[in-house]
Ligand binder design. Structure first.
Ligand SMILES: [Zn+2]
Length: 190
């Protein structure tokens, strides 16, 4: 299966862009110093902190982790990492898959095996994608940031699955994660 959703610049280059922490100008602020004092969390130093990934290693390896990686252009992929406990001759294993259909509870396609030491997914014989697939590169780009506890570039996000505030259905799209409501439920609460 080829991944046809690739766009230029996604994932972003691993080096050079990550550590830039531009100070975000406050909109409508004719009193910049006053705004700074009232909203100290927007200072460049803490702004960097706020852009750190929201998920960590413990979450990814917990057994049934679902998370969405979003680029600054709004493109996103949703991944699932499931754990299989050690059994007989088989060691504990973490399987990575990617959401490829409309049902975010079941439409996952196998991607590869997660090496929990390295924070990297490697493809196996059963993988449906190759090394060049954007969704594969994006996953390892995200895992690299999580394992290294590195801030993401401005505009990029890694978020764990949410639940609809009306019906409890899992939420995985950036829009739904922003609002906390699924696409059907948001129409009903308006
Ligand atoms: Zn809902």
């Amino acid at each position: 299966m080829r991944d046809t959703n690739s766009i230029n610049g996604w994932p972003p280059k691993a080096r050079g862009t990550d550590d830039v922490s531009p100070s975000r100008p406050r909109s409508g602020g004719s009193h910049p110093y006053r705004a700074y004092l009232i909203y100290p969390e927007i200072s460049p130093a803490t702004n960097r902190h706020r852009r750190k990934t929201m998920v960590n290693k413990q979450f990814i390896t917990a057994g049934n982790a679902i998370f969405t990686v979003q680029s600054k252009t709004g493109q996103y992929y949703t991944y699932r990492i499931t754990k299989k406990e050690a059994n007989g001759n088989y060691k504990e294993a973490h399987f990575a898959s990617v959401l490829t259909g409309p049902d975010n509870t079941s439409d996952y396609t196998y991607l590869g095996l997660l090496n929990t030491e390295a924070g990297k997914v490697t493809l196996t014989k059963s993988s449906k994608y190759d090394q060049e697939a954007t969704l594969y590169k994006v996953l390892n780009w995200a895992l690299h940031h999580i394992w290294a506890d590195k801030p993401l570039p401005e505009g990029y996000q890694i978020r764990h699955e949410g639940r609809c505030g009306r019906c409890g259905h899992p939420l995985t799209t950036p829009t739904s994660l922003d609002t906390g409501l699924g696409p059907e439920c948001i129409k009903k609460v308006e």
